[in-house]
Design a binder for this molecule. Structure first.
Ligand code: ZN
Length: 1011
């Protein structure tokens, strides 16, 4: 039930993440619309809902930014002019085009009217071969080459009413000669004329032709008529001004809209070549200006002939588009900067050229209009069900073209509540939307806010932005400026992906950012992460012995021993290199020996009154074998006074000799104790009762640490290693100091009753007993080694020397992995992290007795034939019995020593997949999908952030698991687990099959039947 509370906590936290921040500046948004928000104006950005300080700040930023952008912009224009071969004075044009482009970009606002977002649909360039190039200008309206129907018609109006007419006028039945028809025709155009008069239109623009009669009437009424406009131009005027086009046969009940201005100019194009008659041609241009918010503008290029101006036109069209895109991007970046400034060490870095439109080339400027697209991998999955609704596919998004949409439209579509998923029929918020670019993944998640939490301005379509850094740190909430809303979604992706690395490096908290967009009740969370492609790693056939071991614990232990006791020369023996544990035991032995010697000397001084002699030299070691008695005569060093020998001399003797010669007397610690000798007596008591086996040389010593069960196995193996000439066992002594043990006598066949005993039990088992005997004369420890020889060979095969193995087992610590287990079982990890010592059930032990030979054969074959296996290697199986000295109580453990699959790795989480699922896993992934999901928890985690791994890895893992399952089934094992550890650092999934010791028996079916 604790899990339920955890879950609730989790949910609470999750709900918190979605909560939009309160906007301190918030006003009643719905009834207040800032004019500036309807304009893209760079110089007049959207300040809506922003404080005075914020406005000033934003203006400052704009100025800085524009300056920076401008110089880069000029370089681009210059390159373009150069490549387009504009003559003669292209340097003039750089300044002019730059100025015109920014101006045109600022006053166009395609988003206002709907979806098309290519500015070239709204910004036209008109060449006029007159004047100087400095006279080129941006006209905030439309310009057509057109003249009035009659030369006496008025050509200039301020605030005229302009009527747009579809089709022709006055031509209902033209060509007819019957008087009846003639009358009806007259009635027809009289009707049209009356309507024109009623509408109070000043200017009439007609798609097709107008009959001469009607033209005369219109002229007579002092109105201006332009015929043969063609429908495209009318539509353009209509879409830019919002004025309707009225069909000629239904000129009723419509108001005619006022325009700002209308005029027709006749311009002599003096730069063009003269015509055949030697006269320069003139051009009649019609200028139309809509109301303040109308769309579209025309750039008028002057100062050269038409051929040259056409070349300039290409450059202008290109640079206008660039300027327009830069305007949108900059606006978005400004909005974003406002939401991020709280978290960033230097928010202005957002305008670093690396993340802007100039991103790719650094100093070598080249706008990305040259490759105006972004190739992303898109997919959609149902978050709750974990199913893939849209499988991953590549999408080439052209900036501001084709399927690209403004960011605001993308968000609106995402939020739209009516649309249910085609695949799962659920709402958008049930899904994760993924966009991957190179190695970065954007995940979009949606949520509907609870009632009463609605963000303001829903009806006006206001979109709010904010950010989070981690769960708790939230930015202020900012309304997206109009220009930012028009930013292309593709461009938004390109910007965001290129920002991520930089953002992470600028983050002051170290958290990565969550980006939020909200409209009304709907909120979208954008989170970015690296796309993780993992490699599956199987247990290595050969263990790498070169990996350096963790020694922090060793240093600590050494410090304790060393500083506590202050024995200088102890340090020298620990040395460097391998077998540190065994060498540490040697250090302990020396400390013990020194403590003992010191204690004896003190005891002897006090009890036997050596005072006269040692007056001034109490603790000075006597430097020879010789001893001085009370009378000052030199006497032979005797066993009774061995402790007066120099410590160096004692040290040079073997452990077994010292124990045999000097410590055969009981009462090591003696009765002598004082308060200040507590440490000494503690060492003597603790270390004195230890069992010790020297290996190889005097500096590798194996000792028993009763609470660290692997040390007992190490002792047994050390004893055993003498047998079969596996390793020279120099000597072995009994933990009891009373009983010494002759090294030469050690053998399996002939074991002295005082020393470790070896017994061959039933064929695969060897029994070793050692340690201080209890009251019944039984040794303290018994260790049964199962398949000792086979395991020994197997270990050798895996590059592990016996000394390394014993050294590793020398010390261990409880491991918390067993927490999840149901029974209180032993679970240890060796201190060097290399092995896991795990208690197994009696039934598992017995199973292994049966299938052991097959296990060894399978593993050997796998390595020799190179077939894949995933089985976590088992290096030894033992039965350890510990007898308590004060009673008859015996504790028995069945233990398994297994490789630690996670050795030398940093595993962030681990998943355990049971055998039944494993079987399914091997059969369901053949569809080419590169994702594999494992275990219920793993499965859940993968839903949130799937792990991809390479096809190679998948095949390797699959074949290994298949081999292993076949093998395990052949030896009647149905119960096993696949352990999968995630190594985030190395991007590896560390896999291994564990717990495969239990053979299927009839009693196992029993619980199933009950269920
Ligand atoms: Zn779906």
């Amino acid at each position: 039930m604790a899990n339920l509370a955890d879950q609730e906590l989790q949910d609470d936290k999750e709900a918190q993440v979605w909560e939009p921040p309160i906007d301190e500046q918030e006003r009643s948004v719905a009834d207040h619309i800032d004019e500036s928000c309807h304009s893209l104006l760079f110089s007049k950005p959207c300040f809506f809902g922003r404080s005075e300080d914020a406005k000033i700040q934003r203006l400052k930023q704009l100025a800085v930014m524009q300056e920076g952008l401008n110089s880069k912009f000029k370089v681009i224009v210059s390159n373009l002019l150069h490549s387009d071969d504009v003559s003669p004075s292209s340097s003039h044009w750089i300044e002019i085009i730059t100025k015109l482009s920014w101006e045109a970009a600022e006053i166009s606002n395609p988003f206002m009217n709907g979806d098309p977002i290519d500015p070239n649909a709204y910004i036209k360039v008109k060449c006029i071969a007159t004047g100087s190039c400095n006279e080129s200008q941006v006209f905030k309206g439309l310009v057509f080459t057109k003249h009035a129907a009659h030369k006496y018609m008025k050509t200039k109006y301020e605030h005229p009413r302009i009527l747009l007419v579809k089709g022709g006028l006055g031509q209902h039945l033209s060509g007819s000669i019957s008087s009846f028809n003639r009358m009806s025709e007259e009635r027809g155009y009289m009707h049209e004329l009356r309507f024109i008069e009623d509408s109070k239109a000043d200017v009439i623009l007609v798609e097709k032709s107008v009959s001469r009669d009607l033209q005369e009437h219109i002229l007579a009424r002092g109105l201006t008529l332009v015929s043969d406009m063609n429908i495209q131009r009318l539509q353009k005027i209509s879409s830019c001004t919002g004025s309707p086009i009225l069909p000629s046969d239904a000129l009723l009940s419509h108001n005619v809209q006022r325009f700002r201005s209308f005029h027709i100019d006749n311009i002599l194009e003096e730069h063009n070549l003269a015509g055949e008659n030697g006269k320069k041609k003139s051009k009649s241009l019609m200028f139309l200006e809509g109301d303040p918010n109308s769309l579209g503008c025309t750039i008028l290029l002057k100062g050269s002939d038409n051929i040259n101006l056409k070349r300039v036109t290409r450059v202008v069209e290109y640079s206008v588009r660039l300027a327009y895109h830069l305007t949108l991007e900059t606006s978005f970046l400004l909005d974003q900067q406002e939401t991020l400034s709280k978290f960033l060490l230097s928010p202005e870095m957002l305008f670093d050229p690396r993340v802007s439109i100039f991103a790719k080339t650094g100093d070598d400027i080249e706008p990305d209009l040259d490759s105006p697209s972004i190739l992303v991998l898109v997919s959609k999955r149902n978050a709750r069900k974990g199913i893939i609704c849209d499988p991953r596919r590549f999408l080439n998004l052209m900036f501001y073209q084709n399927i690209d949409v403004p960011l605001a439209k993308f968000l609106r579509d995402l939020f739209s509540q009516g649309s249910r998923c085609n695949a799962c029929e659920e709402l958008p918020q049930a899904h994760f939307y993924y966009y991957e670019y190179r190695k970065i993944q954007l995940r979009i998640q949606l949520k509907r806010l609870s009632v009463g939490k609605c963000l303001p301005g829903e009806t006006n379509g206001y979109i709010w932005m904010w950010s989070r850094s981690g769960v708790n740190e939230v930015s202020k909430r900012v309304m997206m400026s109009n220009a930012a809303r028009s930013l292309s979604f593709a461009k938004f992706l390109a910007l965001s992906f290129s920002q991520q690395t930089l953002l992470d490096s600028l983050s002051s908290s170290g958290h990565s950012f969550l980006q939020f967009f909200g409209l009304g009740y709907m909120v979208a969370m954008f989170s970015y992460s690296d796309v993780a492609t993992y490699t599956a790693v199987l247990p290595p056939p050969k263990l790498d012995v070169r990996i350096s071991l963790k020694t922090s614990w060793l240093d600590k232990e050494f410090q304790n021993e060393y500083t506590m006791n202050g024995f200088d020369n102890a340090k020298t023996t620990i040395g460097v290199g391998f077998h540190k544990l065994l060498r540490l035991n040697r250090v302990r032995w020396e400390i013990f020996l020194q403590a003992l010697v010191w204690n004896y000397r003190l005891q002897s001084l006090v009890l036997h009154d050596y005072g006269a002699y040692v007056n001034d030299n109490v603790f000075i070691e006597v430097s020879s074998d010789e001893e001085v008695d009370k009378d000052g005569t030199v006497i032979e060093a005797s066993n009774e006074s061995w402790f007066w020998n120099s410590f160096e001399e004692l040290r040079s003797k073997s452990i077994v000799d010292i124990e045999k010669e000097y410590m055969s007397k009981a009462d090591i610690a003696g009765n002598f104790s004082q308060e200040n000798l507590l440490v000494v007596s503690k060492i003597i008591t603790e270390e004195g009762s230890r069992f010790r086996v020297s290996l190889r040389d005097e500096y590798c010593v194996v000792s028993d640490y009763e609470e660290e069960i692997s040390s007992l196995i190490a002792c047994a193996l050390a004893c055993l290693s003498n047998d079969g000439k596996i390793m020279p066992l120099t000597r072995s002594i009994n933990g009891s100091l009373e009983n010494s043990f002759e090294k030469d006598q050690v053998s399996k066949q002939d074991v002295s009753s005082e020393g470790p005993k070896f017994e061959s039990l039933t064929s695969p088992e060897i029994l070793v007993t050692f340690g201080l005997a209890d009251s019944n004369g039984k040794a303290k420890y018994s260790v049964v080694s199962l398949y000792a020889k086979d395991f020994y060979d197997f270990r050798n095969h895996c590059c592990f020397s016996e000394l390394d193995y014993i050294d590793s087992l020398g010390r261990c610590e409880p491991w918390d992995y067993a927490k999840e287990g149901k029974e209180k079982s032993i679970f240890f990890k060796t201190l060097n992290d290399r092995f896991i010592v795990k208690e197994i059930q009696r039934i598992e032990y017995e199973s292994f007795v049966k299938f052991g030979p097959e296990y060894f054969k399978y593993m050997k074959d796998a390595y020799e034939l190179g077939s894949q296996t995933c089985l976590a290697k088992v290096f030894g199986i033992y039965q350890v019995i510990i007898r308590q000295p004060n009673g008859h109580k015996e504790i028995q453990h069945n233990l398994m020593v297994m490789e630690n699959l996670n050795f030398g790795r940093n595993i962030s989480h681990e998943y355990n997949l049971k055998g039944s699922l494993l079987t399914r896993f091997t059969t369901t992934t053949g569809d080419g999908a590169e994702e594999v999901m494992l275990g219920p928890t793993f499965f859940k985690d993968m839903k949130n952030s799937p792990v991809y791994f390479s096809k190679d890895s998948k095949h390797k893992l699959q074949s290994a698991v298949t081999n292993d399952i076949n093998f395990l089934h052949s030896i009647n094992v149905m119960d096993y687990s696949l352990l999968v550890g995630v190594d985030l650092e190395r991007r590896e999934l560390v896999c291994g099959i564990i717990d495969y010791f239990k053979q299927y028996t009839w009693d196992m079916t029993y619980p199933c039947c009950i269920l």
